[in-house]
Structure formats: C-alpha cells, structure tokens
Design a protein around this ligand. Structure first.
Ligand code: SAH
Length: 230
C-alpha cells in the first residue's frame, strides 16, 4: 500500500477537480463557472498539507475547512480559490489580507500579486504562518502584522485588493477607506452561527462603492479589539 504522502500530486489534482465542480455548481450565485487558470495553477502548487496539523494531514486535500488550533480553521479550498479569483489580480497589486490564520490563503496570494500585507490578531498563529511561508520560500513579498485587522493596515494603504477571511457584521469602514480607487475587496458579511454572505466590494475610480452579495458561507467571526465580533 502506498503511504498517503506518496501521492500528494494526485491528491492535489483531485482537489482541483472538486474546486472545478463546485465552481460550476455555484455559478448562478458567483457568476464565475470557471476560475482563472492562474488561480487554479497556484492552488495546484501550494502544499496545503504543510498548513494543517499533522493529525489531519490525510484530509489536507479534501475540499473542506479544517480546525487548526486556537479555535480557528483553514478555509475550504474552493472558497480560497473563489475569493482569490474575485480579486481579479494581474500580478502588480498590493493586497491586504485580514486573518492570516495558517497562512494558506497568504501563500496563494503571494504567488499572484506584488506585495501582501497580512494581519492576524493571534500572535502565535502569525508567527507559525511566517515560519511556514519562510520554509516554503514564499515570504519575500509578504509582511506579517499582529493587530486588529478590522482597522486595516493604514501604514501601507491604499490597497488594490483586500481579502478578509473572517466574518464581519458589516464591512469595517477603515477597510473601505483603505481600498484604492479601482480596487476590489472580498469579505464575508454576517454574524457567526447565522448565514453569512460572501460579498465583493468594488471601489470605482471616482470613489463610488458597489457591493454585491454572492454566496452563503460560514466563517469564524472577525473579532474587533473590544473582544466582540466587529
Ligand atoms: N486565511 C486563513 C483562515 C483564517 S480563519 C487560512 O488560510 O488559514 C480567520 C482568522 O482571522 C483567524 O486566524 C482569526 O484569529 C483571525 N481574526 C479574527 N478577527 C481578526 C481581527 N480583528 N484581526 C485580525 N485577524 C482576525
């Protein structure tokens, strides 16, 4: 019998198939039956098994969210791929990610844009994510910050893309401010335990905002500094 790690490539290819299937199934919500080749290529390259606890490695390429400690989860691969796709990156952008978690989504972003600022409120997770990305040689254009990401990261604003991987009750105003004209934000909106909507916000060049709710999702809550969901 082959050891499970003997066929990682096959498992990753299988994961890509499940992402393609789910993209087709959700197309009436998302308007995106097919995700970009670039995003799918990167999803096929990042070793997701390096981002999950050893005891769950055999499930690393299943299309599901997994617990990763500190009460947090690594997002479902389809959702990571979809959220990345919705940013429409061409490689030149500066992107803010709120909710570093394991750094898996950060790793995907790092291969598709010029610079990533990723903010995590739990120092231990941020440090582990940084070490992982350094080991994988993916940290060159990534800046790790430990802070309340609902305030964004004004020191490096504005951002061409903002990706939030925890659910906010409403889109935090500082994130809208820090989005560059012409930029896109992807963020789950709603309360934990209730139906949340994955939303895409576009800021037009005249500063006008357009927000579309695309797909029901389930994320852990975005915790603002006061300790409550923001
Ligand atoms: N993108 C991650 C999954 C993130 S889970 C991955 O690929 O693994 C959501 C993360 O958001 C958790 O790590 C949680 O600690 C973090 N988080 C919640 N509220 C936050 C806040 N206000 N600022 C920064 N990070 C926050």
């Amino acid at each position: 019998m082959k050891a499970w790690w003997g066929n990682l490539n096959e498992r990753r290819q299988w994961m890509l198939e499940t992402i393609r299937d789910e993209a087709r199934l959700c197309a009436s919500y998302t308007g995106r039956p097919v995700l970009s080749d670039k995003v799918m290529q990167v999803m096929g390259e990042i070793p997701r098994h390096r981002f999950v606890p050893a005891s769950l490695r055999c499930s690393a390429y299943d299309n599901c969210a997994l617990p990763v400690g500190c009460g947090q989860t690594i997002s479902q691969p389809f959702i990571v791929a979809l959220m990345t796709d919705l940013l429409d990156l061409n490689g030149t952008e500066r992107v803010l990610e709120v909710g570093t978690g394991t750094g898996y989504q950060t790793a995907v972003l790092s291969k598709l844009c010029a610079e990533v600022h990723t903010v995590e409120r739990i120092a231990e997770l941020s440090l582990q994510a940084r070490e992982r990305l350094e080991e994988l040689g993916l940290s060159d254009h990534v800046h790790f910050h430990v802070a309340d990401g609902s305030r964004g990261w004004p020191q490096a604003a504005p951002f061409d893309g903002i990706l939030v991987t925890a659910a906010a009750k409403e889109v935090p105003a500082p994130l809208l401010e820090q989005l560059a004209p012409g930029g896109r934000m992807v963020i789950p909106v709603g309360q934990a335990g209730r139906t949340q909507q994955l939303c895409r916000v576009c800021k037009h060049t005249d500063g006008k905002l357009d927000m579309q709710a695309l797909l029901p999702v389930a994320f852990v809550p975005l915790i603002s500094e006061g300790g409550s969901g923001s």
